[in-house]
Ligand binder design. Structure first.
Ligand SMILES: Nc1ncnc2c1ncn2[C@@H]1O[C@H](COP(=O)(O)OP(=O)(O)OP(=O)(O)O)[C@@H](O)[C@H]1O
Length: 355
């Protein structure tokens, strides 16, 4: 995702937060978040991510320094009004248990005086936007799965169409499959809505998937590095960031690049391993001519990542991946060597850009 118009929606300027008990949660933070972009805050537990997020909508006030949203100092705005103008999603959705889903979603529109009818209509529209059935509106939160509750949380945050969304580990409490679905949904929504999103997570893979920029914090509320995912992965600022990104950071970089543009050739003929195709020329399996057995395969499209391609090429006995078009029809095959070669170039290009 590319940030929208290049304007700065949120600006932290030399912000400190020290709680009355003496804990310094955020230390001299200067950070800018572009309009229409997703900035992800990552770092180990207690490093000040949530405090940073909550200072944007004045759930916490800074001890010193300035925070501006759309150019206006947050401390010069009414805290309740500011909070209503900014979407907020938290882990375990934070829904009101005794209100229906529809009433939960309508919370901010009702506070803003929209009137019941209009607020209900907006709630119904948002249920569809976040991929929930219309009848979910009449249910109570406990009658929904964890993943569905998170969708309601997102719908509620979007209700008054705020330009800024704050998301604090919104997908932290759901299983990995649902988590991936919710991430995909968020990416889809963001393509249409282009909100300025600040997203807190512990999960570096989630950060790489969702972020236009990733801000890495260290304990004590220090910002160590803020960069686009590819730059961060190719050139971590120091050993702390490299450690945080993990031993597979080279592979993570490949998850950001697609297979498009990597050479492909015709499917092998007369070799030991041959592709089995269905009548529509969709690849089904690799057929072993020596032992007359079939090994399943996963065909890949141009939009699939280089990491998926590498994975498939390692698993494929032929050392080849089957490439297909948007309809799943075979377009050609690519060798493990060609994928390796491209992977090496991705690394050197990312390092050169970052240098
Ligand atoms: N209200 C408070 N009073 C005193 N200390 C606080 C308060 N809120 C947070 N802290 C402390 O400030 C530091 C930063 O907390 P914060 O919740 O911002 O970190 P975090 O990076 O979001 O952590 P986590 O990933 O565990 O949620 C921690 O040491 C925390 O204990």
């Amino acid at each position: 995702m590319q940030p929208g118009k290049g304007l700065l929606m949120i600006q932290f300027d030399a912000v400190h937060k020290r709680f009355p008990n003496g804990t310094t949660a955020v230390q001299d933070l200067t950070l800018e978040m572009p309009e229409g972009g997703v900035t992800v805050l990552v770092g180990s537990s207690g490093c000040g991510k949530t405090t940073t997020l909550r200072m944007i909508n004045r759930m916490v006030d800074p001890t010193s320094g300035t925070i501006r949203v759309a150019g206006r100092d947050v401390l010069e705005q009414d805290a309740a009004e500011l909070r209503r103008s900014i979407g907020y999603v938290i882990q375990q959705s934070g829904l009101f248990p005794h209100r229906t889903v529809s009433d939960n979603i309508a919370t901010v529109p009702l506070l803003l005086g929209w009137g019941r009818r209009k607020a209900r209509a907006r709630a119904a529209e948002l249920l569809e936007t976040v991929g929930l059935p219309a009848d979910a509106g009449k249910r109570y939160p406990h009658q929904l799965s964890g993943g569905q509750q998170q969708r309601v949380g997102v719908a509620r945050a979007l209700a008054a169409d705020p330009p800024v969304l704050l998301m604090d580990e919104p997908f932290g409490a759901v299983d990995p499959v649902v988590r991936t679905q919710l991430q995909n949904e968020l990416l889809r929504l963001q393509r249409d809505l282009s909100k300025t999103i600040v997203f807190v997570t512990h999960d570096i893979d989630e950060a790489v998937r969702l972020g236009d920029r990733i801000a890495v914090f260290r304990t004590g509320g220090h910002l160590v590095q803020c960069a686009a995912p590819a730059e961060l992965l190719a050139r971590p600022a120091d050993a702390f960031v490299a450690d945080f990104l993990g031993a597979e950071r080279g592979l993570k970089l490949l998850s950001l690049t697609t297979l498009a543009g990597v050479a492909q050739g015709p499917a092998p003929e007369g070799a030991r391993w041959q592709l089995t195709l269905d009548p529509a020329r969709k690849p089904l399996a690799w057929h072993d001519g020596e032992n007359d057995r079939e090994i399943p395969l996963r065909p890949l499209r141009d939009t699939d990542s280089l990491l998926s391609a590498l994975n498939e090429s390692i698993a494929a006995p032929s050392g080849l991946i089957a490439r297909v078009d948007a309809d799943g029809v075979l377009t050609g095959v690519t060798s493990r060597e060609d994928i390796h070669d491209r992977a090496g170039r991705v690394h050197s290009e990312a390092s050169a850009v970052a240098a």
